[in-house]
Write a protein that binds this ligand. Structure first.
Ligand SMILES: Cc1cc2nc3c(=O)[nH]c(=O)nc-3n(C[C@H](O)[C@H](O)[C@H](O)COP(=O)(O)OP(=O)(O)OC[C@H]3O[C@@H](n4cnc5c(N)ncnc54)[C@H](O)[C@@H]3O)c2cc1C
Length: 564
């Protein structure tokens, strides 16, 4: 369908990323329900999106990445860092590291505590994960094989990583089969969203199979500029589904969007609802420039305030990875394989013929989870171990053999924000993560670095004569290690929480002023408007965030379908 000014739909979804692809699939299943899916980026048909190692080329590339930058962060010794977010069909799932990680059972208990809703309990969530998954091992107690989200094992092996796994076990981190059973403590090879050595993004899983539905319109290279709202109509008030919790006391309703497409601004309207799935940076930003958010911020950028919601853009949580580097001998790593023209050709040939080898690899294939100290109730550290090293993403690999055991505090207490700086929606928002701004986060960072050293000094790794390059052997005291964490830390690309769900009672009153959404992702006080993406999470999960985003999208899609 060609979109013209005033085109009308039942549901409009902003952002064809991880969540948006699933939502488009589910909400357009009824052929009588007209759905519009709007994506600022282009099609996902570039070869480097599909070949897993292309990860190194899609990040920091405006063809596929928004290329946001953070503010200089005091927690990173004043450094500003690249903040990758996918800008293409599939969103961040088209440029991510493909690691499939559900988090821990206790994460979902926290979501119940924050939202007061048991739809997030582990048993229910496990059933949902199983239902959307196509697991390589078939159906079992933990996995499902009839869903769309393909999950496979890695297709490349590295002796140095096998030894790292043994070294972790020497340090009390046992080798386990997999991470997705509710308690991820241990060491294992990551499972990944791939199909036979090719990236299986959420667009491959949920959008491509249904893109020809007549009632679904997919617009690419179209950026939403504004959410349009008006005084709530009697028709809306008379529909019971528009009087539930966050919408119970609404005086406004969302009725459409202003879009920039091919240099022209057009308006599209929706009768059922508008859903923001633009991700943890862009969903709150879009609300703010539409006048929905903290009123003082909205006034400061010269936008007419529409609805005061102080939590929009606040509560930003992210995982900070501290990338240590160890020079190694007597083994192969990607660094030297890539440098040599013959081994590079062998890699290409192996991939072309068998879809195996280093080209099937996101940087990390091996992972580990452990407690930073015995007072922790479950693992709060995650390692991503990479058989390569580089100064930072986008830079060339080091010319020597080296590995990168990167350690991350997966339950950080530091909080940041996303804040619009201009009324112009095309101007990027200011992003500040405030990494390492609590003593607890600093202590966990230091403990993580010390544990990494213990693992690297274990017997199993001694045949490779590991030599610590970063942080470096001169860094000894806790104060030195804190400083090193600030120097070496960078995002592992998991921003969440910037339009957080919370408790909202039946008459629309939230128990906390920072609550933006009720537990079904309805925006507080604006009927027919939802935010369903990483920004909806109240608390970050203990692991990589793509699978939990899919859990949210599937859970809420079911709720919407039932209400309709
Ligand atoms: C480099 C990288 C590596 C990662 N690695 C992993 C990993 O290995 N495992 C894991 O579990 N997680 C990983 N993540 C995180 C995971 O991919 C995200 O948590 C998840 O994809 C977020 O989904 P989302 O739907 O919230 O947003 P996104 O997938 O980011 O989708 C948002 C979409 O909205 C579009 N959009 C934004 N603004 C507008 C607008 N105004 N108009 C129209 N469209 C708009 C964007 O272009 C994008 O397509 C990684 C992320 C990145 C960036």
């Amino acid at each position: 369908m060609t979109i013209t000014d005033k085109s009308h739909f039942d549901t409009i979804i902003v952002g064809a990323g991880s969540s948006g692809c699933l939502l488009a699939n589910r909400l357009s299943a009824n052929p009588n329900h007209k759905v519009l899916l709007i994506e600022a980026g282009g099609k996902d048909d570039w070869i480097w999106i599909k070949i897993p190692v292309g990860y190194l080329f899609t990040i920091n590339n405006p063809r596929t990445d928004w290329c946001f930058k953070t503010e200089p962060d005091p927690g990173l010794n004043g450094r500003s860092i690249h903040y990758a977010r996918g800008r293409v069909l599939g969103g961040s799932s088209s440029i991510n590291a493909m690691i499939y990680m559900r988090g821990q059972e206790s994460d979902y208990q926290k979501w119940i505590e924050r939202t007061g809703d048991t739809i997030w309990d582990w048993k229910h969530s496990l059933d949902t994960y199983k239902s959307i998954e196509s697991y390589f091992g078939g159906n079992n107690q933990w996995h499902g094989s009839d869903g769309e989200m393909r999950v496979e094992q890695p297709r490349v092996q590295w002796p140095i990583l096998d030894s790292w796994r043994m070294a972790a076990s020497e340090q009390g981190i046992p080798s386990i089969e997999e991470f997705n059973r509710g308690d991820n403590e241990g060491c294992a090879y990551f499972h990944m969203n791939q199909k036979k050595g090719i990236r299986w993004s959420m667009s491959d899983a949920f959008l491509k199979p249904i893109k020809h539905r007549k009632n679904l319109t997919i617009m690419t290279n179209a950026q939403v500029l504004k959410v349009l709202t008006k005084t709530i109509t009697n028709e809306t008030l008379n529909q019971p589904k528009n009087r539930e919790r966050a919408w119970a006391s609404a005086k406004l309703e969302a009725y459409g969007l202003k879009i920039l497409h091919k240099g022209e601004q057009i308006t599209v309207t929706a009768s059922d609802q508008v859903i923001l799935a633009a991700g943890a940076v862009s969903s709150p930003h879009l609300l703010q420039v539409s006048g929905i958010g903290p009123v003082s911020l909205i006034n400061s950028i010269g936008v007419e305030p529409v609805h005061d919601l102080p939590g929009v853009g606040e509560n930003l949580q992210d995982h900070l990875q501290i990338r240590t580097v160890y020079k190694v001998s007597n083994c192969k790593t990607v660094n030297t394989l890539y440098k040599n023209i013959f081994s590079r050709m062998k890699m290409v040939l192996e991939y072309a013929l068998f879809r195996t080898g280093p080209m099937t690899m996101p940087p990390s294939t091996l992972g580990a989870f452990a407690k930073s100290d015995e007072t922790q109730t479950s693992a709060n550290l995650e390692w991503h171990v990479q058989p390569l090293s580089l100064p930072k993403f986008g830079d060339p690999l080091h010319p020597f053999n080296a590995i990168t055991p990167s350690v991350t505090n997966i339950r950080p207490t530091s909080r940041g924000w996303i804040r619009a700086t201009s009324s112009d929606p095309l101007v990027y928002p200011s992003i500040l993560c405030n990494y390492l701004s609590t003593q607890e986060d600093l202590d966990v960072a230091v403990a993580g670095l010390k544990k990494t050293r213990q693992i690297m000094q274990s017997k199993a790794l001694q045949p490779f004569a590991p030599e610590e390059m970063l942080p470096g052997t001169t860094i000894r005291t806790d104060k030195d290690l804190e400083h090193a964490a600030r120097d070496l830390g960078t995002t592992i690309f998991h921003p969440i929480g910037t339009c957080a769900m919370g408790k909202v009672n039946s008459v629309g009153i939230a128990d906390h002023p920072m609550t933006v959404l009720d537990s079904e992702c309805r925006v507080r006080g604006i009927s027919k408007l939802r935010v369903i993406d990483a920004s909806s999470m109240p608390v970050i999960t203990s692991g990589n965030t793509n699978a939990p985003v899919m859990l949210i999208a599937e859970t809420i899609a079911k709720k919407i379908l039932r209400a309709n």
